[in-house]
Write a protein that binds this ligand. Structure first.
Ligand code: DGL
Length: 269
């Protein structure tokens, strides 16, 4: 048993979709969440900058006594995970591997779609991971840069003509390619599940990377005998800018209210 907290970070508030899954799958765990709201978005940045930011985010989380880190951000998971793992002596879980394993397990047509930020798609990390699990599975990737600002502006529901038009343009080539599993490779995309499902149809399974990472976290902690004891876990929320905005947006990603948010000067880390 290990009652230390789990550190979770993201470029901003989107990673709260992963926190929601962790809280539901591992309700006894304490969580320390950091959203880098002063430097969001990460999704168009270079690998060098992402590595610098990710190292600072990890350094901040490690100022607490934590037992594992979840990189909720798809963009950091695809660009910086090997380096973060090599530099840290605690489990660091990203969102890529668990989602790829799930996709390979569910695809019957051996054709998987991936949607994510431009910086994530550029790395080819999902395709490479899937190839390593099963070389017969083909991956068709599509960067969807307009999805994040649309979600952040509340344009995420079916019937919203703007998001539906954008989503059709992004997703129809994937549908035409005959995929039967689609990895939602970005923190914000679970909020678009209904819009995406409506376009892709019931025969395409949508894979929530945050949920898969949460299951992976449970397996990892169990294998290391590090699950928390029976209790109600608590969460602490930190942000690097405008913590007062956190509550409003956060409730949409987390589906619960956040009592207080601590402001962090991330450049110090
Ligand atoms: N959190 C990012 C991701 O999952 C999306 C938002 C951003 O571009 O920073 O890739």
């Amino acid at each position: 048993m290990d009652n230390r907290a789990i550190g979770v970070f993201d470029s901003g508030l989107g990673g709260l979709t992963a926190v929601r899954q962790i809280r539901s799958i591992l309700p006894s765990e304490n969580i320390i969440y950091f959203g880098d709201t002063s430097r969001v978005p990460y999704g168009g940045r270079s690998k060098e900058i992402l590595l610098k930011y990710a190292r600072q985010d990890v350094h901040f989380l490690r100022s607490f006594d934590i037992k594992a880190i979840v990189v909720a951000c798809g963009t950091v998971s695809t660009n910086a995970l090997p380096e973060l793992r090599a530099e840290n002596d605690l489990p660091i879980l990203g969102v890529v591997e668990p989602a790829c394993r799930r996709a390979v397990a569910v695809t019957k047509k051996r054709r998987v779609g991936l949607i994510a930020t431009a910086a994530s798609v550029r790395t080819g990390a999902y395709a490479e991971t899937i190839r390593a699990i099963d070389p017969t599975v083909e991956v068709i990737s599509k960067a969807c840069p307009l999805f994040v600002p649309l979600v952040e502006n509340g344009r995420d529901r079916p019937g919203d003509i703007v998001v539906e038009t954008v989503a059709r343009e992004y997703l129809e080539p994937l549908k035409d390619a005959g995929i039967d599993a689609l990895i939602l490779g970005c923190t914000h995309y679970p909020l678009l599940t209904d819009v995406i499902a409506q376009i892709m149809g019931p025969e395409v399974e949508l894979i929530d990377t945050g949920a898969e990472a949460a299951w992976e976290l449970k397996r990892t902690l169990k294998a290391r005998d590090q699950l928390a004891g029976e209790r109600q876990g608590e969460a602490v929320y930190c942000a690097s800018d405008r913590p007062e905005d956190f509550g409003t947006l956060a409730s949409r990603f987390l589906r619960e209210d956040i009592p207080s948010v601590r402001e962090v000067d991330i450049e110090r880390y």
